[in-house]
Write a protein that binds this ligand. Structure first.
Ligand code: CP3
Length: 362
């Protein structure tokens, strides 16, 4: 138990002058906030007993594709943890539905594509459709959530980034090194660029659709970016993510997530998102220097640190707030998603601590 949490929570509630939604969106725009906003990647998932109960009744894709169930899962962590962001319960793979690529998500394995995309003929067959046509259930869930959430929390939409989607499309499943994907990138650059063009167009339509349906901000998940060296990132990936953020500018704040990308951070800043989500491998203040002072930042607690004793979690949380130093444009999060074995009580205490102690930052 973090000492003083109970009284401090009361104090935070009393001094809080912004709604969760306002707080998160203000930070994303690098405007002043009352206290630091916080949410967690994978907050709607297996760490919550109520989610596991839902999953006993329905499989993963049924929950993700049924607006009422997706909305129910989205709201679970908002109610339980008091986070300032509600991330839509979905998966990065869903846009593949509209592209005409059948896939499955297997527990413990992840996405599996029976017929991976490997040739020019495969790429040509990929369909480019609007979100309304390809994934109407995602938009319906967002419309419902928008009404349901009110000001409680910012509604966060998301998509896989073209590179990370390409990793799954080409490889066919999760992999450590993504050798087939990188073989295409290095060995068949024309084909690679055609695939990235297609995915970029799909992602732009998908995220614009989500914003029109009520998403307050959107996050682009580029989970496997850490596989790339800087020069390859700049030539084979950055132009496409930059195009996505440019296409969304003025519509809603954007967040660019990746992990294992210490070597790429200054190049990632060039992609042009409002916030860059960083992992724990660099202290937040150092990451911020690499990104540039004018960049907003999200992060960066190590998700495995949540398995440590409470006083260690509290010290690490305070350390991140200290590194942020009360500067504008910080959204507290983990450096990657919550692991399923995480105790939700620990998460709730981190939320309380962030809200309580950030208000007094210099
Ligand atoms: O953050 C949230 O709470 C919103 C929901 C969300 C899910 N997936 C739900 C989910 C989000 C944002 C994602 C994104 C996602 N999906 C990413 C990018 C984020 C990251 O972690 O880097 C990736 C790489 C995927 C692909 C994927 N989907 C994987 C690797 C898995 C896990 C497979 C397993 O069983 O270990 C999934 C399935 C998945 N997506 C689950 C959840 C809650 C677990 C499915 C279940 O309930 O059994």
């Amino acid at each position: 138990m973090i000492k003083g949490t109970v009284t401090a929570t009361g104090a935070a509630a009393a001094s809080a002058s912004m709604s969760g939604r306002q707080r998160l969106l203000s930070a994303a725009r690098r405007e002043p906030v009352d206290v630091t906003p916080v949410w967690f990647m994978r907050q709607a998932g297996r760490s919550l007993p109520e989610y596991r109960a839902l999953r006993e009744r329905h499989d993963f894709l049924t929950v993700a594709k049924t607006p009422e169930l997706a909305a129910e899962a989205t709201l679970m962590p908002v109610d339980r943890l008091g986070v300032d962001g509600a991330v839509l319960f979905a998966d990065i793979m869903l846009p593949l539905d509209g592209m005409g690529v059948p896939f499955d998500i297997r527990p413990g394995v992840g996405p599996v594509i029976a017929d991976p995309i490997r040739t020019a003929a495969d790429v040509v067959r990929l369909r480019i459709v609007d979100a309304e046509e390809g994934t109407p259930y995602v938009l319906e869930a967002l419309r419902f959530l928008k009404l349901e959430l009110g000001e409680r929390a910012a509604l966060l939409g998301f998509s896989g980034a073209p590179f990370t989607l390409a990793c799954y499309l080409v490889e066919g499943r999760s992999s450590r090194e993504y050798p087939k994907t990188k073989a295409m990138l290095y060995g068949a650059p024309d084909l690679w660029h055609r695939l990235m063009e297609t995915l970029t167009e799909v992602v732009i339509r998908y995220l614009r659709g989500q914003i029109a349906a009520g998403a307050d901000a959107v996050q682009l998940f580029d989970s496997w970016l850490g596989l790339l060296d800087r020069a390859t990132y700049e030539t084979h990936v950055l132009p496409y993510t930059a195009r996505i953020f440019a296409a969304l500018r003025g519509l809603a704040p954007t967040i660019h997530f990746s992990t294992g990308t210490v070597a790429l951070l200054d190049a990632i800043a060039l992609a042009g998102s409002d916030l860059v989500s960083v992992d724990w491998r660099l202290p937040l203040d150092e990451a911020w220097v690499r990104l540039g002072a004018s960049q907003g930042i999200q992060g960066n607690l190590d998700p495995t640190l949540l398995f440590a004793p409470d006083h260690v979690v509290a010290a690490a949380t305070r350390g991140i707030l200290r590194h942020a130093g009360g500067r504008r444009g910080h959204v507290f999060n983990l450096g990657h998603g919550i692991l399923p074995e995480t105790d939700p009580e620990t998460l709730r205490r981190v939320v309380d601590l962030v809200h309580t102690e950030s208000g007094t930052a210099p």
